[in-house]
Design a protein around this ligand. Structure first.
Ligand code: URA
Length: 239
């Protein structure tokens, strides 16, 4: 891809601005040689303003989403994109979230600009499990695990029963719930249907990928091994 287009797609500026940047010598290789617009230098060897370029297309990243951030590019208030470098909001192809978390849910949230990867993660065929740590307003009644695992639970205004979900009871107001699908506000609606109310919700794992090493608001690019972990089962303890 031509250098001007590459830089513009990565969000460094408009094509016109990138022509100017190249003309001013702000785009170099690692030896400090100024690059021309038709340079065929490898992505990892290009520097913009002495800094390595943002990653090439095919990005998958994991954010530990804090409470109060919306999964949108343009809603009012704080957005998950505010936690990433500014350029990531305007990259082409777009960097989208893989699924969503509610504004008042925290935890593991994936982003990618790779449509094939996105569809693989959200495809019902992949059955990527998602693990949630849930705090409840009232003590469990005791039969929630059986109901959630039944494969027959219907949520209000839906026509298809929920897939079986696994409930691990930690104490009478704290549970770990593993879902094998992702419906709108699913965890909150499941507990609401049992007469309870979720007061805190954290997604700890997507498949076998957890949040280890990431504080709230932090993100990291995923390696191939991390990406593979998404399609493996979460550890039984939720760790
Ligand atoms: N279930 C919910 O209710 N909210 C989320 O953010 C994710 C799953």
């Amino acid at each position: 891809m031509r250098l001007v287009k590459l830089l513009a797609n990565l969000g460094y500026g408009s094509r016109k601005e990138m022509q100017t940047a190249i003309r001013h010598g702000w785009v170099t290789d690692r030896e400090g040689n100024r690059l021309k617009a038709d340079a065929r230098t490898a992505h990892e060897d290009i520097l913009f303003d002495d800094e390595p370029l943002d990653p090439a297309q095919g990005v998958v990243l994991l954010l530990n989403k804090p409470l109060g951030y919306t999964c949108s590019t343009k809603d009012q208030g704080r957005l998950v994109y505010d936690l990433l470098p500014d350029r990531f909001r305007v990259r082409k192809p777009v960097l989208s979230t893989i699924g969503r978390l509610d504004k008042e849910t925290s935890g593991a949230l994936l982003f990618t600009d790779d449509g094939t990867f996105l569809h693989r993660v959200i495809s019902p065929k992949s059955e990527v499990p998602k693990v949630y740590e849930v705090t409840l307003d009232r003590p469990l009644k005791g039969d929630e695990g059986i109901l959630f695992a039944s494969g027959e639970m219907m949520l209000e205004s839906e026509v298809k029963p929920l897939k079986p979900a696994d409930l691990e009871v930690l104490d009478d107001t704290h549970v770990r719930l593993t879902l094998h699908e992702g419906r709108y506000h699913q965890v909150r609606r499941m507990f609401a249907a049992t007469g309870n109310h979720v007061t805190a919700l954290i997604r700890s794992h997507i498949g076998g990928l957890g949040l280890t090493g990431l504080d709230e608001g932090e993100w990291r690019l995923l390696s191939d091994a991390d990406k593979d972990a998404i399609f493996s089962a979460p550890a039984a303890s939720g760790q």
